[in-house]
Design a protein around this ligand. Structure first.
Ligand code: 0O2
Length: 221
């Protein structure tokens, strides 16, 4: 490969990744607006935190090889939909679905795929709501549609998933059976905690209805 061909490839890769960064920014802005509006209108923030990432070139190459996809940009673009990814961590499961509904109801958002691992958890106990959304990005050359993978989960689901991810890496995918069982058990405990906290939250809301909410209680209407 000549130096000029290499430079061309580098520029093409930069442009390719840039589109996904812009897609992320669009979705982040939408989430930020929903969060700010919720706070202002309902004095309640359904979002605990948001993180985002564009897949690293190494991880992209690994996935292209694993899935047997042709290495050209057009094939990668049409086959890999999680190059741009956002994770939204909410307080409660009800907030997860509420945010999902609000985001996907926007008329410039196209829903390409939904995987509801909250309604149907993975066998290992993993829970999250995954959606591949396509959003428009306006470049100097015109409008492009960019897919963004959005993962919605609660704090408890996030806690479990990050620990499981670490264990999976530590044991290089050969996790001992005993540990797998404990992880599944922990996932059930996390789900129980989610349900209990949500019930408590509803009780507090119910008991404070009609009277001024104490400082620590925030109303959802
Ligand atoms: P990273 O580093 O988070 O990006 P595919 O995306 O096609 O390879 P699949 O199974 O069709 O795989 O997609 P799915 O089910 O939507 O899951 C993709 C992402 O969800 C993963 O991304 C993880 O972030 C998360 N995820 C799915 N299952 C699990 C799980 O059992 N444990 C944990 N901790 N996370 C999970 P990546 O690409 O693996 O990694």
């Amino acid at each position: 490969v000549s130096p000029s061909e290499l430079r061309e490839l580098r520029d093409e890769l930069q442009r390719f990744m840039m589109e996904y960064r812009f897609g992320l920014q669009e979705v982040e802005t939408k989430i930020g607006i929903l969060r700010d509006e919720f706070l202002l209108t309902h004095d309640y923030n359904p979002i605990e935190h948001v993180s985002s990432r564009v897949k690293s070139p190494d991880s992209l190459v690994e996935k292209v090889q694993r899935k047997g996809i042709d290495g050209d940009f057009a094939s990668i673009r049409s086959s890999i939909t999680d190059i741009a990814g956002i994770r939204i961590t909410c307080s409660f499961t009800a907030d997860v679905y509420r945010l999902f509904d609000l985001l996907t109801a926007q008329d410039d958002v196209r829903v390409l795929q939904v995987k509801d691992y909250i309604a149907q958890p993975k066998p290992n106990g993993y829970k999250s709501l995954h959606a591949i959304l396509e959003v428009p990005v306006f470049l100097s050359t015109g409008r492009i549609e960019v897919p963004v993978e959005v993962q919605f989960r609660t704090i408890a689901m996030d806690f479990w998933a990050s620990l499981e991810h670490k264990i999976y890496y530590k044991y290089a995918t050969q996790v001992p059976d005993e540990l797998l069982e404990s992880l599944k058990d922990a996932a059930d405990t996390a789900a129980e905690l989610d349900a209990r906290m949500e019930r408590l939250h509803r009780q507090i809301k119910g008991s404070s209805a009609g009277q001024a909410a104490p400082v620590a209680v925030r109303e959802i209407t």
